[in-house]
Ligand binder design. Structure first.
Ligand code: NAD
Length: 241
């Protein structure tokens, strides 16, 4: 059995892949662009004694997702843990300039891709009577910052999918949960100032990718077998009312 992490060549996904491998999962490290980075993630997992393999695929493309899941299954076994993590660019767009294409750009990653992936992994999960679907959402749905409405709306839609799928798939032993990271600086945030964000955060520190990966490992584990349809916010209390 395998754990498939989409967009795992860098950022949060790469660290999730490492933690899942450490927890004993055979990890499919998906990437779209950046084969060399994905290979580095795989090498670091293998050098620590884990099992991993890199799989290139655009997870917003239907034929590519079908092919991806077939290759992962053939190589590492049926997907037991699906982590929908990949994201494209998240541009700031003022509402005056917002287009339907802007919405589609976000919905492709946070609605279309999870739907395509779930459809492919579901038959084997149902057959085994067990599965874990983990959506990487965002606390931006709660924060609803300006100039981010397409991203915020798509992350809200992803939460809606999570809750509805959890009800539908619970009877099959499949849990579906949503991890909502706060701002966790990764490669693409290099040079950004974190002082203001830390000052607003009850835990008085910046979140790190390990914080998110730990939540994913928990939700993937047997210990979380009775946890479904939930949003696990990992942001040091930043959005406590
Ligand atoms: N980092 C944060 O502060 C933060 C906060 C809240 C939520 N999130 C969420 O966490 C997830 C990961 O974000 P990140 O910050 O690590 O992003 P990132 O940009 O560092 O990584 C995104 C990954 O997705 C891959 N990718 C892009 N297009 C793809 C495609 N078509 N098919 C397959 N893979 C593709 C990229 O190559 C990369 O590996 C996203 O869903 C994001 O919305 C991140």
């Amino acid at each position: 059995m395998s754990a498939l992490v989409t967009g795992a060549s860098r950022g949060l996904g790469a660290v999730m892949a490492v933690h899942l491998a450490r927890a004993g999962h055979a990890v499919a490290v998906n990437y779209h662009a950046g084969a060399a980075l994905a290979d580095e993630v795989v090498a670091s997992i293998r050098s620590a004694g884990g099992v991993a393999e890199a799989f290139g695929a655009d997870v917003t493309d239907e034929a590519a997702v079908t092919d991806l899941v077939a290759r992962v299954t053939a190589s590492l076994g049926p997907v037991d843990v699906l982590v929908c993590n990949a994201t494209g660019p998240q541009p700031a767009v003022p509402v005056e300039d917002l287009t339907w294409e802007d919405h589609l750009d976000q919905l492709r990653f946070f609605v279309k891709s999870p739907t395509l992936l779930l459809r492919e992994v579901l038959p084997a999960m149902k057959e085994r009577g067990r599965g874990r679907v983990i959506q990487i959402g965002s606390d931006m749905f709660e924060r609803a910052l300006p100039r981010s409405s397409a991203y915020v709306a798509a992350k809200g839609a992803q939460l809606g999918l999570t809750r509805s799928w959890a009800r539908e798939l619970g009877p099959h032993g499949i849990t579906v949960n949503y991890v909502a990271p706060g701002w966790i600086p990764v490669e693409r945030h290099e040079g950004a100032s974190t002082a203001g964000y830390i000052a607003e955060t009850p835990m008085s520190r910046q979140g790190v990718p390990d914080d998110i990966a730990a939540a994913v490992v928990y939700l993937a584990s047997e210990a979380a077998s009775f946890v479904t349809g939930t949003r696990l916010t990992v942001n040091g209390g930043h959005t406590i009312d």
